[in-house]
Design a protein around this ligand. Structure first.
Ligand code: HEM
Length: 233
């Protein structure tokens, strides 16, 4: 996970060389490729209709045309979310961190200030009109909080904590994808009745919870496992 957003300073006592302390760098490069391909699939699926800036093409059926700022804020959320997805994949790429730390620092700033923070705040702004408000609100608040904590700990050079917070932030950025997989690929396998409004609502709300719960559990498992590896070494 991201070692630091500010690695220009030499490592202090609380900044173990996390990169070199961890084996399996090759495996992590491969995982980064997998994450990037998944993110590209999602971007290719969701971005083009919003690039048109045409509200008629919006995928959400409940777009509020009587509220003039709903569509622009939704589009801004999608654009900044795309920035977050691309840059977070750069952030977790071990090769880039090791060989081009300056690029890592800059893409980290872009991730925070042009991706996660604006996208999370915009998600909260359009939340009242969303189809799965409960799960989305929890996810948006957690996304903002973990990203801010990751930024703060990097600036204070508390790199162990920074790594932990950015692992959660990464998990929350990528969570958006699993809901779409559920809706587009899994439920149709069971001939799910999306025409029934109650069932549609259930599916949309479930889609918002499923991604971030699974991803946070995976992030926690990964943190514990790599902590054990490091201790053993
Ligand atoms: C924790 C993170 C996120 C939260 C809480 C969140 C929340 C939301 C909310 C509330 C909506 C409106 C849905 C509705 O009105 O029913 C939405 C729509 C959307 N979001 Fe996010 N979002 C997050 C991350 C992202 C990311 C990283 C992307 C990447 C591009 C993204 C792409 C989209 C798209 C494309 C839509 C429009 C709906 C669609 O076309 O499928 N979101 N999001």
């Amino acid at each position: 996970m991201s070692q630091t957003l500010n690695t220009s300073e030499p490592a202090g006592p609380e900044s173990p060389d996390i990169e070199s302390a961890q084996p399996n760098s090759r495996r992590r490069n491969i995982w980064t490729l997998v994450f990037s391909l998944i993110a590209l699939w999602f971007i290719n699926h969701s971005l083009p209709v919003y690039l048109s800036l045409d509200p008629n093409q919006a995928r959400i059926p409940h777009l509020r045309r009587d509220i003039p700022w709903h569509y622009p804020l939704l589009v801004a959320h999608v654009f900044s979310g795309t920035v977050a997805l691309v840059t977070v994949c750069l952030q977790v790429w071990p090769w880039l961190r090791r060989n081009h730390p300056a690029v890592h620092r800059w893409s980290g700033r872009i991730y925070v200030f042009a991706g996660a923070l604006p996208s999370g705040l915009l998600a909260l702004a359009i939340m009242p009109f969303s189809a799965g408000p409960a799960g989305n609100t929890v996810a948006a608040v957690a996304w903002l909080a973990t990203t801010v904590a990751g930024l703060r700990t990097a600036r204070q050079r508390r790199y162990r904590e920074h790594r932990r917070w950015m692992a959660y932030s990464f998990a929350l950025t990528m969570q958006i994808i699993w809901g779409r997989v559920l809706l587009i690929y899994v439920l149709p396998l069971f001939e799910y009745n999306f025409a029934d409004p109650a069932k549609l609502n259930l599916a949309l709300e479930t889609a918002t919870w499923i991604g971030f719960v699974i991803n946070l559990l995976l992030a926690q498992w990964w943190l514990e496992r790599t902590a054990r590896d490091t201790t053993r070494r």
